[in-house]
Design a protein around this ligand. Structure first.
Ligand SMILES: *[C@@H]1O[C@H](CO)[C@@H](O)[C@H](O)[C@H]1NC(C)=O
Ligand SMILES: *[C@@H]1O[C@H](CO)[C@@H](O)[C@H](O)[C@H]1NC(C)=O
Ligand SMILES: *[C@@H]1O[C@H](CO)[C@@H](O)[C@H](O)[C@H]1NC(C)=O
Ligand SMILES: *[C@@H]1O[C@H](CO)[C@@H](O)[C@H](O)[C@H]1NC(C)=O
Ligand SMILES: *[C@@H]1O[C@H](CO)[C@@H](O)[C@H](O)[C@H]1NC(C)=O
Ligand SMILES: *[C@@H]1O[C@H](CO)[C@@H](O)[C@H](O)[C@H]1NC(C)=O
Ligand SMILES: *[C@@H]1O[C@H](CO)[C@@H](O)[C@H](O)[C@H]1NC(C)=O
Length: 443
């Protein structure tokens, strides 16, 4: 398959823009940053010097491709609506035959003139959370799972209307991606969230340079509610909770007093942030104003159902329906997933303690700056109701890069309504705020 040469890479902090009823991804990230801050080290970031890293790394493995396209083509997904007018593929890609490591992908083509449209690779963060669960099934994949956990409906915000979209479950150990050597998980811990995308982009540019030709024509990267810099992000989280009336002045003052987010975490700070999280209560961490899933099913919980009708167009219990759907053996068969009988059940996130992330740098700003300097288009966009990767963290992180402001802050209109504000630095880094209903405006 060949597509127009543009490749975009996207990732969101946790899920960022859309609602996740269970705090899965949020918990993963918060727990991870806490554990990292207790063992903070000043190791050099290997992604900054890929020439040096190259001598140590093995060449990319490319397995035989014959017949794969037909083998991976999905005839139909169980419960899919009538009139599906695009091709879908799913299966495993072996990335390391020695370790028996294979990653699972789900690929949806655009209905019309797919070969003239760009290819978008989508990676969810977490870390350890599945792009199939969130990106494909709850955000902008072609379908949404209905509350019966069995049938699918078309998603009006599907990105495959304008692009071919590849959802990858990574690393091995997440979702249907696996490794046959259990120990392999100890080494496959790469980096996470706002981390994967700049690193992958920098690897692509580096390999293009080594080959002296465009192996992959990367057009740009975009990261939603990016988790790029640990100290700014963590600091912004408590400021966000406070400025959105979710925690008291006293508790916010306590975090300010006890925490230095650039340093190894201390006991006082731990207590202060725990108190703040408790004060904020059971909110949807990715959308402070969205309803949360109460019980297990909105259609059997009339209170939640009423609230959803009033305030949200996404059912906060979706994650439960998706989990039921993807654990159905018929669905797994149709997706060519779990052909090797991996341990189940399938779950949307793999716990941090099962996937070590100790080698990830605390900030990808240096890599990000390299990418901007190389001329790659970099877009950081933010919804303004995310408490885990709040927009202020991104704004503060962008400031650290000291990029010249090319266009000052201005309103962004859609249908004569302001849907956000924009500003750009060097015409490359953008930021956007306000509740991101029009997520599809991105492409
Ligand atoms: C990469 O894609 C851009 C945009 O489609 C195109 O203008 C350019 O010629 C492509 N470059 C190569 C080397 O294919
Ligand atoms: C993992 O092991 C299973 C069962 O032996 C095998 O079918 C499969 O091909 C292996 N996967 C890889 C990537 O080697
Ligand atoms: C949700 O509740 C409805 C009505 O009670 C039921 O039919 C459906 O199976 C439930 N969905 C799941 C995923 O349990
Ligand atoms: C890279 O390719 C260009 C154009 O194809 C050629 O002029 C140049 O000599 C090549 N550089 C190296 C180091 O091979
Ligand atoms: C926070 O910690 C960093 C790293 O140890 C240190 O350089 C900085 O001065 C500290 N900031 C404050 C306000 O104490
Ligand atoms: C894979 O299939 C087996 C049954 O064949 C099941 O027990 C297991 O839970 C499935 N694994 C996942 C990840 O769903
Ligand atoms: C966005 O721009 C509009 C119009 O210039 C302005 O009134 C509004 O305050 C801006 N919003 C933010 C969050 O800066």
């Amino acid at each position: 398959m060949r597509f127009a040469c543009i490749t975009l890479l996207l990732v969101s902090c946790g899920v960022a823009l859309l609602r996740v009823n269970e705090a899965n991804q949020a918990e993963q990230l918060i727990r991870l940053t806490q554990s990292k801050r207790s063992t903070w080290s000043d190791q050099p970031d290997p992604w900054l010097d890929l020439d040096a890293a190259d001598s140590a790394s093995s060449p990319v493995y490319v397995g035989p491709q014959d017949g794969l396209r037909n083998a991976d083509k999905i005839t139909a997904l169980p419960g899919q609506p009538r009139g599906v007018d695009f091709d879908q593929y799913a299966g495993h890609v072996t990335v390391d035959p020695k370790k028996g490591r294979a990653l699972f992908y789900y690929f949806v083509e655009s209905p019309r003139r797919s070969s003239s449209k760009p290819l978008v690779l989508w990676l969810n963060g977490g870390p350890g959370c599945s792009s199939l669960a969130y990106g494909a099934m709850e955000e902008f994949g072609p379908f949404r799972v209905q509350s019966d956990g069995k049938t699918l409906e078309r998603n009006p915000y599907a990105w495959n209307e304008v692009a071919n979209v590849l959802f990858l479950e990574s690393p091995a150990g997440v979702g249907f991606s696996y490794s046959n050597t259990t120990k392999d998980y100890d080494q496959s811990g790469e980096s996470y969230a706002g981390h994967y995308v700049p690193q992958l982009a920098s690897l692509i540019l580096h390999r293009n340079k080594l080959a002296n030709r465009t192996l992959i024509n990367l057009s740009g990267i975009a990261i939603g509610n990016a988790y790029v810099d640990d100290p700014t992000n963590s600091e912004a989280r408590y400021e966000f909770l406070w400025s959105h009336a979710l925690i008291s002045d006293e508790t916010f003052a306590r975090t300010r007093r006890s925490c230095n987010f650039s340093a190894i975490i201390n006991e006082e700070c731990n207590k202060a942030t725990t108190a703040a999280d408790a004060e904020a209560g059971n909110i949807d961490p990715y959308d402070a104003y969205a309803p949360v899933c109460v019980g297990s099913n909105s259609s059997s919980d009339s209170g939640a159902a009423d609230q959803i009708q009033q305030t949200a167009d996404i059912d906060p219990c979706s994650e439960i329906y998706v989990e039921a759907y993807l654990n159905d053996p018929e669905v797994q068969k149709a997706l060519h997933a779990n052909v090797t009988k991996i341990d189940g059940p399938w779950s949307p996130c793999t716990s941090c303690s099962d996937l070590p992330w100790n080698d990830s740098p605390t900030s990808t700003l240096p890599v990000m700056k390299q990418l901007v300097n190389s001329g790659l288009r970099v877009w950081l966009f933010s919804g303004d109701t995310d408490t885990v990767c709040p927009y202020r963290g991104t704004v503060e992180a962008i400031k650290i890069m000291k990029l010249p402001i090319k266009n000052p802050w201005r309103p962004w209109y859609s249908d004569k309504q302001v849907i956000g504000n924009l500003s750009s630095s060097s015409n490359r880094v953008w930021r956007r705020q306000k509740n991101p209903k029009n997520y599809d405006a991105l492409l």
